[in-house]
Design a protein around this ligand. Structure first.
Ligand SMILES: Nc1ncnc2c1ncn2[C@@H]1O[C@H](COP(=O)(O)OP(=O)(O)OP(=O)(O)O)[C@@H](O)[C@H]1O
Length: 360
């Protein structure tokens, strides 16, 4: 297999007519890492992947793969390979011919490409099916063939566009584990586009969260979870509540804000000026129900919804300007002191369970 390459995206934009899909993004994806692009529909993640692959022209900026600037190179000359969401297998060809296809295009002689295709099918544990056609395979098997086909060119980076979206939920989780194992075995750079937070958290060494054509945060899953950079990331990942207000005090490493409804909240962090608009994120799993505490670390509200989830219970509370402030309570804690919709409750958390969010 080839060696892995770093991917360096330098001030890259993509403009389609009047739409700017990607706004001058810069990012270094380390060689040999598993990178997931995550974001809502239309945020520009597929356009970015297609520009790395060479399937879409770059409106401005540059992309470097290893030491080479690939901005103007065609896909086959970049050292990348792409696996599409639909797998794009040829229905009339058997698996060997499907996998060998790009070698045929390169003029590799028949027996050599057959040997290499069988080697790739073996890597994906599909060699026993070599003479079948795609329609005679399950979804998971088709995906393995599509991977074998992408990997036959010995790419330095494999680009995957929503690779798991066609699979049922159980197979999705199994193939997710296989993708991660494959990336570790090959050691090449994987760039994977998904709209699933769970998928990105499970797979990535680095998660790139995009919104409206811009990168909101690029960091390890743990960093994204514990220190979301912006209110968008905190809301999108779903593990933090966001409270917005204006700074009323900032000293000794603690900033205090006041929300329009009048409550004040303290959070660790410096460098804010009085009157400045700020957002804080509060961990949903760290909020305590009906436990007295310092009043700048909580508020009183009314329960608007309760969802049982097995190991935990999700309680939604209206208050402090939020309609859906979320508390994820451990099942034992909740059932020791359950609440009902319409109950007045007090919510509280510790200083370290809130983070000061940046503004993009
Ligand atoms: N060929 C095109 N012509 C015009 N506009 C386009 C084209 N391709 C994408 N766009 C627009 O660019 C923006 C970003 O699209 P892109 O497909 O990159 O987003 P995405 O994050 O991958 O979304 P999804 O998750 O829905 O695939 C969208 O507003 C989209 O409508």
């Amino acid at each position: 297999m080839s060696k892995a390459a770093e991917i360096d995206i330098v001030s890259v934009s993509k403009v389609y007519g009047a739409t700017t899909a990607v706004h001058s993004i810069s990012l270094k994806i380390p060689a040999g890492s598993y990178c997931c692009f995550l974001g809502p529909s239309g945020c520009g993640k597929t356009s970015t992947l297609r520009m790395i692959a060479g399937h879409e022209s770059i409106s401005s900026g540059d992309i470097r793969l290893g030491n080479a600037v690939v901005t103007d190179l065609p896909p086959a000359k970049r050292g990348t390979a792409m696996m599409f969401q639909s797998y794009a297998l040829f229905p009339h060809l058997d698996l060997v011919e499907n996998v060998a296809f790009s070698l045929k295009m390169k003029g590799v002689e028949k027996e050599a490409r057959r040997v290499k295709a069988l080697e790739m099918l073996k890597l994906m544990q599909m060699d026993a099916y070599a003479t079948r056609r795609p329609a005679q395979l399950s979804g998971g098997q088709q995906q393995r063939v599509a991977l074998a086909r992408a990997l036959i060119t010995d790419p330095e980076a494999l680009l995957l566009d929503e690779p798991l979206s066609a699979l049922d939920p159980f197979l999705k989780i199994r193939m997710r584990a296989e993708l991660k194992k494959l990336q570790k075995t090959l050691g090449i750079t994987f760039v994977h586009v998904t709209h699933s937070q769970e998928e990105a958290m499970a797979l990535a060494d680095i998660i790139v969260i995009m919104n409206d054509g811009r990168i909101e945060q690029a960091a390890t899953p743990r960093k994204v979870f514990e220190e979301p950079a912006t209110a968008f990331v905190a809301r999108f990942m779903g593990d933090h509540n966001v409270l917005s207000g204006r700074v009323v005090a900032s000293k000794d490493g603690v900033t205090t804000l006041e929300v329009p409804e009048g409550q004040t909240f303290s959070v660790r962090g410096n460098g804010k000026t009085v009157g400045e608009a700020v957002d804080i994120g509060v961990r949903t799993d760290r909020v305590r129900l009906n436990v007295a505490s310092d009043k700048t670390l909580g508020f009183n509200g009314v329960v608007s919804n309760i969802e049982y989830r097995g190991a935990s219970v999700k309680i939604t509370v209206a208050g402090a300007g939020s309609d859906d402030f979320t508390v994820i309570a451990n099942d034992n804690d909740y059932f020791a002191k359950p609440v009902s919709v319409g109950d007045a409750v007090s919510l509280s958390w510790a200083l370290e369970d809130a983070v000061l969010l940046g503004r993009a």
